[in-house]
Design a protein around this ligand. Sequence first.
Ligand code: HMG
Ligand code: MG
Length: 300
Amino acid sequence: VMPDRITIYEVGPRDGLQNEKTILSTDVKAQFVRRLVATGLQTIETTSFVPAAWVPQMGDAPQLLEQLGELGRGADRPVLVPNERGLDAALAAGVGAVAVFGSATETFAQKNLNRSVEESLRMFAPVVERAKAAGLWVRAYVSMCFGDPWEGAVPIDQVVTVCEAMLALGADQLCLGDTIGTGTPGHVVRLLDALGEKGIAPATLGVHFHDTYGQALANTLAALAKGVRTVDASAGGLGGCPYAKSATGNLATEDLVWACRGLGIETGVDLTELVATSVWMAGQLGRPSPSRVVRALGDS
Ligand code: HMG
Ligand code: MG
């Protein structure tokens, strides 16, 4: 049964921009967030507190939050933090929500976090504990839940084990990442069923599909039919991961909103404003939006 409304978890300013070669000014990023807020999007992941040497585009996280002021704070403006150093900086910037990000596979844990899955869990544990103690909302991502560029298809029981461990850290929400976009709707259903058997209900989950193989919307609809109510998307379909080259853009927020409109699912988003925002951002980045809906509805 499809829901009456869903929560879109907008990752454009973070996942959308993190892999872009053109380094945008903090001003442009702040304007992006403001424009996204104005479209009606409620949950927006704004940036990452990671070393600039690892992700240059996110190197201005404190300055961006300073510019955003109240608009960058609150439980619906999460930022990525991998470790306590990142948490300290995020707390100093006044954030109200953070996300840690683990991996279902050893190879991606090494490439993205420079440590094993087990060592990453040990790195996240004090981050989640301290964030909860400070009253923050906490999300735990698990990447490579479907396929991994180095290890191939990832066994469902391996994914479930990591998901249980990440949730056990004390996060409010678990987010299933299809980092390289190889997942298909049947695989999504099998993973959600396997998580359900371990007591991890769809209401606890977010889903995060990259659209590399054109499956992101189909996968999202399969997850909604199973009871998931939080869906990640990126304005204009921007996105990718610098540490997994085969990762391309996220599900475009416009594609999601268009489909929801047809299904009578409320998103609270003004599609015209959103398309205009993505057309503007495409101009800033110097390349057209990969979203089919943006191309169909946009002026450029
Ligand atoms: P490391 O090199 O092992 O870290 O990296 P370290 O603790 O040895 O520190 C190295 C240096 O960085 C030190 O400085 C630290 O102080 C500094 P130095 O002494 O050399 O001058 N440092 C920091 N500086 C600023 N902020 C910090 C921080 N931490 C240490 N937070 C680390 C380990 C986790 C830091 C690194 O691997 C990292 O940053 N990884 C993150 C990579 C990343 O952001 N990837 C993209 C996001 S994940 C994603 O996109 C997937 C997702 O979308 C879901 C999906 O699609 O599946 C979420
Ligand atoms: Mg991602």
